[in-house]
Each structure stands twice: as structure tokens, then as C-alpha cells.
Design a protein around this ligand. Structure first.
Ligand code: SAH
Length: 353
């Protein structure tokens, strides 16, 4: 490790923080104190950590970093309570996170990559291409800075549904989950954190084996391999069948329900035969379905199949949901929230990165 480079301690799990303190000849218990300042008191200035000695504070100021992102802009939706944060990293990359309130909860949606390599045809982030993985500290800092603005106790849920594919940034995503779910980190519990993936079967299994027991969502969008491949090119590499096997494994191992996300595209996945296969699928895997209206991505000037996709009209979505419910499928219909500030699902994309 480059000895001049400061260590971003917002990205250290408690175990790593303990190792760090031992490596600078300090007592292990300092790790808990600092973890507590950062993650519970949202104190990001060493000099305000009053239970550390003056000498230790000088030492830490020389060796640790506590500013991984800078909050550069906040946008409030006029029509809903949605709030969008624009952050800038130390190398000038821009990242977005969104708070989506509803009657029962306030959900923070965070990003794991700058851009995304998956190229899903309906997603604005995909259209902007892939720049790099976020560090663990940058993933955690989205939450810490949003919590500082919004109130830690007011953020009840975290979803990994912002920019990027979390399972392609596996180690940093896993470490961020370890930090959020650590017993010393107050407020958030495991069942209030959901990771959404386009489907990397091996990593789904590894996440199941990690023992973290967060909730898993799979971006399903079609039960037919050929249609899914058309809108999600990753399906060529990892088939739906492989992903469904991995989901089954995840559900069994963690004793949780899988959420299947289902964005509705006119005449593509809103037909009678789609209902029939969805019913069969949810009978096989303990799960529920989250139906999402397609948020348009015209602000990205899409071409090809991206330009051909159009949203299923709302009345048809209601009928679709109703029919699934009649057949005993648990379905949630997600609102389109924050589209006036392009903060809705799949609309996150920052130009000039
Ligand atoms: N890469 C992860 C997480 C990011 S996307 C994944 O694929 O799951 C979060 C959810 O929004 C996914 O289900 C995604 O398919 C969906 N989504 C993407 N673009 C959308 C759009 N334009 N309208 C509605 N949902 C969209």
C-alpha cells in the first residue's frame, strides 16, 4: 500500500478498522469508538471525536480520509416528496442517490458504480456506459451524507437500485452491507436493505452464503429467455434459468422472499401468456412481484430497440396486476416517483462524467 495515501475509514468494516488501529500501534477498542462517531453520530471530523486523545487525533488526521464524496446538489420533486442528491467523488465523478418517501417508509436508493456496463435497453444509466466501480467508502458515504441531511432516523430503508450493477462490484458492495448491518450500527436492520441485480448467478449464491440475509430483488422483466435477452443483453451470458436457480438457492438459504421486479413494456411483457408464466414462476420460488411502470428515457436520446420501447398504459397495468392477484400472486405496484426531476427508476444518468 502506498504509505502516503490516506485510508478512507468510512469504507472499513469494524474488523478492518480494528486491524487498522492495531497496525498503527493503537488499541483495538478505538475502532468501536471511531465506528460509532462516523456511523451513528455522523461526525466526519477527527477533531470532534472527543473521546480520542489529542495525540491520537493528530495521528489520525495525518493518516485517514473522511471525505469521500461531496454533496454538490439537492433537487426536490414538486409533485412528490422525492429528493435527489448529486455527489461528486474526489476524482470528479458524479453519482446520484434518491430518497423516495411513501406512507410507511423513506427509502434511500444508492448507486454502486459510475455508469453501468450491462446496457439494459430501457435504462438511462446503461445508455451512459460504464466508468468505474465505487469504493466501499463511496457507497457508504451516499448513505451517511443523505442521513446527515435527511436525519438518520428518518431513512428507514436502503435499496441498491441506483446506478450500476451491485454484484459486479461484489467486494465493495458486500463490505458496505457489512457496515450497514453491523450490530453497532443503529437504526437499520437487515430486512430493511434490498439489493437489486440484473442477475449474476454465482454472486447471488455467494451473497446467500455470506450470511448477511439482506433482501434480494431480481430484475426479471420477462419470463421468456428470448425476450429478456432482447432488452437485457446480460441474459445471453447468464440465462434466466440459471438466475432462477440461484434465486431459489437464495430464498432457501436466507429464508427470505425474493422480489421480482417487472417493468412493464407495451406488447412486450404485458400479455396473457406473461401472466401465465409469472403465476407458475411464483409458485416455484417464494417470492413477490414488484410491477414498475416504465419511466421514459427520452432525455438520453435513445436509438434502436431503446427508442422502440413504450410504456404499458396504466389501465392495462391495473388489469395485469388484478389478474395476478386473482391467481394468488403477491404483487406490489410501484408508483412512478420523482420523474419530474429524472429521479425515477432507471432514469439516473449523469452527463459529463
Ligand atoms: N443493476 C441493478 C440495479 C439498478 S436498476 C438491477 O438491474 O437490478 C433498479 C431497477 O429499475 C431494476 O429493476 C431495473 O430493471 C429498473 N429499471 C431500469 N430502468 C428503468 C426504467 N426506465 N423504467 C422503469 N424501471 C427501470
Amino acid at each position: 500500500m502506498n504509505s502516503n495515501k490516506k485510508i478512507s475509514i468510512k469504507g472499513l468494516t469494524l474488523d478492518e478498522l480494528e486491524e487498522f488501529f492495531l497496525s498503527i500501534d493503537e488499541k483495538k477498542f478505538r475502532a468501536q469508538q471511531v465506528f460509532n462517531w462516523v456511523n451513528n453520530h455522523l461526525v466526519f471530523n477527527i477533531d470532534e471525536m472527543l473521546n480520542l486523545s489529542k495525540e491520537l487525533r493528530v495521528k489520525l488526521n495525518e493518516s485517514v480520509e473522511l471525505q469521500d464524496l461531496v454533496l454538490s446538489k439537492i433537487q426536490n420533486s414538486v409533485s412528490t416528496q422525492t429528493k435527489k442528491y448529486l455527489f461528486e467523488s474526489n476524482d470528479g465523478k458524479k453519482i446520484e442517490s434518491v430518497i423516495i418517501p411513501d406512507e410507511k417508509r423513506n427509502t434511500l436508493c444508492i448507486s454502486t458504480q459510475v455508469g453501468c456496463p450491462l446496457d439494459c435497453k430501457f435504462c438511462a444509466t446503461g445508455l451512459m456506459g460504464y466508468k468505474r466501480n465505487l469504493t466501499t467508502a463511496e457507497i457508504v458515504d451516499q448513505y451517511l451524507l443523505a442521513a446527515k441531511d435527511y436525519g438518520k432516523e428518518n431513512i428507514t430503508n436502503i435499496v441498491y437500485m441506483g446506478m450500476g450493477e451491485p454484484l459486479l462490484n461484489f467486494k465493495n458492495t458486500l463490505n458496505s452491507l457489512k457496515i450497514f448491518t453491523h450490530e453497532l450500527n443503529k437504526v437499520l436492520s437487515k430486512n430493511r436493505i434490498t439489493l437489486s441485480t440484473a442477475g449474476i448467478p454465482q454472486k447471488i449464491k455467494e451473497l446467500a452464503d455470506s450470511g448477511l440475509k439482506v433482501k434480494l430483488a431480481l430484475s426479471l422483466h420477462s419470463c421468456f429467455e428470448e425476450i429478456r435477452t432482447r432488452i437485457m443483453p446480460i441474459n445471453k451470458k447468464y440465462s434466466l434459468q440459471q438466475n432462477l436457480d440461484a434465486c431459489r438457492y437464495y430464498a432457501d438459504k436466507t429464508d427470505t422472499l425474493i422480489t421480482f421486479e417487472y417493468t412493464m413494456f407495451k406488447d412486450l411483457n404485458d400479455r396473457k401468456e406473461d401472466i401465465n408464466v409469472l403465476v407458475k414462476l411464483t409458485n416455484k420460488i417464494p417470492s413477490k412481484i414488484n410491477v414498475i411502470p416504465f419511466n421514459d428515457i427520452k432525455h438520453m436520446d435513445p436509438e434502436g430497440i431503446s427508442a422502440e420501447l413504450s410504456p404499458t398504459p396504466m389501465d392495462r397495468i391495473y388489469d395485469f396486476v388484478e389478474e395476478l392477484r386473482k391467481r394468488n400472486v403477491t404483487v406490489m405496484l410501484r408508483d412512478t416517483q420523482g420523474d419530474d426531476i429524472v429521479a425515477a427508476c432507471g432514469q439516473l444518468a449523469v452527463k459529463d462524467n
